[in-house]
Design a protein around this ligand. Structure first.
Ligand code: COA
Length: 339
């Protein structure tokens, strides 16, 4: 028994903001952003759109895709939603602080009446963590068959648009994967590594609003909760984390670079990916990048790439792929998957 990715989906807000369209007050340039990050634009959700809205669209996109797959008996979105046993959402930009979980809002709107639902907070590694959690929950209980893993973010709402070192880096979007148990021994998630280094927790954080820095009655707040980042420290950590995870996953499964169809990295900075590739002597072409279009969509970045590959005919059943990522926490990890 294995757990395979049966279908993928994504939701990208229509509004696209190129580097040259960024608010005039930000002291930056297209040239600087492209040369330091590889980012050319980002997509921004409308004011009325929250994390659950993007997540729901990505979830519906994955389930609709699944209806067209071999071996799927269900005929409608409503029917397949009823077969879900778990919904797991990775996000750093939930609809609400603390409770309810955004996953429960998705569960209700999807009509997934038989599913458990929960959010996980693992920063940009949320989808990587989510795949392992979902596959563990499916494996441990014979009655469970399907789970939906989603990464969804509305980061544009949690940025300080006066901080050029962070606001140019992020964008909004969602991606989803439907996991299903399979008897095919040649498919599924082969191995996952999940790691954390909490000593770097203050390098990337949204400081206000939690129990550590709660808002108080009568307090006047001059800036909304927003991402604060030590870019240099995160950069150094990220290159080390990616290098370590890729090497460990390959060694643990006895896999060579040529065995891998793609490495799907978290899309934070094209230079981070290049630096890790160079250290490992892996050609850049092995890594799939779409950061130029979407910037860093945190937990959504990996499933968005997976869906683009899948729908673009660049992923075939049986392809060996690797995901690798890092994020706030600090967290890091990766999955080795036979698609
Ligand atoms: N436009 C123009 N100049 C900018 C700028 C921007 N958007 N952002 C920073 N700068 C300036 C800095 O102010 C600094 O100027 P100074 O030398 O006059 O002080 C200069 O560029 C160099 O800053 P530095 O931070 O050393 O640049 P960098 O090459 O490290 O690139 C990041 C900055 C943020 C792009 C890079 O550190 C990075 O990508 N870090 C990882 C961030 C990340 O991935 N976070 C999410 C993880 S999930």
């Amino acid at each position: 028994m294995a757990i395979e990715i049966k279908a993928t989906g994504r939701a990208i807000p229509a509004k696209r903001l190129t580097n040259t369209e960024l608010p005039a007050g930000i002291d930056t340039s297209d040239d600087w952003i492209r040369s330091h990050t590889g980012i050319g634009s980002r997509h921004i959700a409308d004011d009325a759109v929250a994390c659950s809205d993007l997540a729901l669209s990505a979830a519906r996109s994955a389930l609709t895709f699944a209806l067209e797959q071999d071996g799927v008996q269900e005929k409608t979105l409503e029917e397949i939603a009823l077969t879900l046993d778990m919904i797991i959402l990775g996000t750093a930009t939930a609809d609400y602080y603390g409770c309810p979980s955004t996953a429960c809002i998705i569960q209700n709107k999807l009509g997934a009446k038989n599913a458990g639902a929960m959010d996980i907070s693992a920063g940009c590694s949320g989808f990587i963590y989510g795949l392992e959690i979902a596959s563990g929950l499916l494996s441990i209980n014979p009655a469970r068959k399907r789970a939906l893993v989603i990464g969804s973010e509305v980061l544009s709402r949690f940025l300080d648009w006066n901080d050029r070192g962070s606001c140019v880096l992020f964008g909004d979007g969602a991606g989803a994967a439907l996991l299903e148990k399979t008897d095919n021994p040649k498919r599924g998630i082969l191995r996952t590594i999940l790691k954390a280094d909490g000593s770097g927790s203050d390098h990337l954080m949204i400081k206000r609003g939690g129990s550590r820095n709660c808002f108080k009655s009568g307090e006047v707040v001059d800036i909304h909760p927003h991402v604060e980042m030590n870019g240099r420290a995160v950069y150094i950590f990220a290159v080390r984390a990616m290098t370590e995870i890729i090497a460990q996953l390959m060694e643990a499964e006895g896999v060579g670079v040529d065995d891998l169809r793609w490495i799907v990295p978290h899309q934070a900075n094209a230079r981070i990916v290049s630096a890790a590739a160079k250290r490992l002597s892996i050609p850049d072409e092995k890594f799939v990048l779409n950061i130029e279009e979407y910037a860093n969509t945190s937990s959504a970045s990996i499933p968005i790439v997976l869906d683009e590959l899948n729908r673009g005919g660049k992923l075939r059943r049986g392809d060996l792929i690797m995901t690798v990522g890092f994020g706030a926490g600090l967290t890091y990890g990766g999955n080795l998957i036979v698609f």
